[in-house]
Design a protein around this ligand. Structure first.
Ligand SMILES: Nc1ncnc2c1ncn2[C@@H]1O[C@H](COP(=O)(O)OP(=O)(O)OP(=O)(O)O)[C@@H](O)[C@H]1O
Length: 338
């Protein structure tokens, strides 16, 4: 197993059409259909993206978007109908042993930790089967136990731990090896808020310290926003967005503006809906608060309309969209909420 130092790559370079020269992962034209005839499902449809060395890419999408099938195809657990996957420049279908030599994965929120072994024994076990002498990485293991708040439980059998603790052991087991390309599917599944925050912070720190290349699947937008440099959004088997978190958040200048007043009645609300994308309406019985997604010019138009209707505004607020807003705007998931 190789352990060479790897240079950091700017996430921006990875968010272009051509894979960067030093891409750790390049997926090209990946497609996978399940079943045939009426029952046929196109799970992955001509998916291409790349991940620069030392960067963290989030794979996002609603249920059934094709994320898991994509990851399984990358890992050789599902054979695609078309497309290629290269890890460190090596074709995974032609030379699987060489391509996966530095790869590890935590799929569907867990991996097969040995429940009869203690936490520390699991880390040593997975280091060993990953081809690393566990004594040579003992310091790393101690640090991982500390970073993921597992030190106190290090000598307890995994079967006696809570679900959240088991989840953290799974992650620690993946990070216990020398793998430098890591796939994490729902790593915060089942964690309480505090553990999720710890994991988020420490995962980013570990990634930076070891220049890991990570593909992270999660429904937890806060995790994606905190940990990822770049996001690939899938819908119906296709990639519908591939950009840095920063650029996705700055978007097209659209912001959320919320106005609140006791003068907003149903008729006025209907007129606002006609002219603007209303994202939320709430009322406390007296005041109605209307949130619209628009740019600053649109907001001046809204202000003019309210003034013309003699509306006395109680408050005006702006909010920067978060990744969840961007995601909902790009996928069908937003439809039911408007
Ligand atoms: N083995 C299979 N046989 C038949 N259809 C499958 C199989 N695996 C996945 N699919 C279908 O392929 C589509 C994509 O599924 P996939 O699990 O890749 O989506 P996902 O984005 O990971 O969803 P989730 O977020 O719910 O895990 C879905 O319609 C799913 O039902």
């Amino acid at each position: 197993m190789k352990t060479q130092e790897r240079p950091q790559t700017s996430a921006d370079a990875a968010a272009t059409d051509d894979p960067p020269d030093d891409a750790a992962l390049v997926v090209e034209g990946l497609s996978k259909r399940f079943a045939s005839g009426d029952a046929a499902v196109t799970a992955v449809d001509d998916v291409s993206f790349s991940v620069g060395r030392g960067s963290v890419v989030g794979l996002l999408g609603p249920n059934g978007a094709g994320k898991t099938t994509t990851i399984k195809a990358i890992l050789g657990m599902v054979l695609p109908d078309a497309g290629s996957v290269r890890i460190d420049g090596i074709d995974v279908y032609e030379q699987p042993s060489a391509a996966y030599a530095n790869v590890d994965a935590m799929l569907e929120g867990a991996r097969n930790d040995y429940w009869r072994l203690t936490v520390r024994e699991n880390l040593r076990y997975f280091a060993t089967i990953g081809g690393v002498d566990p004594d040579s990485v003992a310091d790393r293991h101690e640090r991982l136990l500390d970073q993921l708040d597992l030190a106190e439980k290090a000598d307890e059998a995994v079967r006696d731990l809570s679900r959240g603790m088991k989840q953290k052991v799974s992650l620690a087991s993946v990070l216990a090896t020398d793998a430098d390309v890591v796939f994490l599917d729902e790593p915060t599944l089942g964690l309480d808020v505090e553990s999720s925050l710890t994991l988020r912070r420490e995962l980013r720190r570990i990634v930076d310290e070891r220049a890991l290349t990570v593909v992270l699947c999660s429904h937890d937008m806060d995790v994606i926003e905190a940990v990822c440099d770049r996001v690939v959004i899938m819908n119906d088997g296709r990639v519908i967005a591939d950009d840095t978190v920063e650029r996705l958040l700055s978007g097209d200048g659209t912001q959320r503006f919320a106005v609140a007043s006791s003068d907003i009645d149903e008729a006025l609300l209907a007129r606002i809906r006609d002219g603007f994308e209303v994202t939320e309406v709430t009322t406390d019985g007296e005041r109605t608060r209307v949130e619209v997604a628009t740019d600053s010019e649109g907001f001046y138009d809204l202000a003019d309309q309210l003034r013309a209707a003699d509306v006395a505004l109680d408050s005006v607020n702006t909010a920067r969209p978060d990744l969840e807003d961007v995601f909902l705007g790009l996928t069908d998931e937003g439809e039911g909420r408007r």
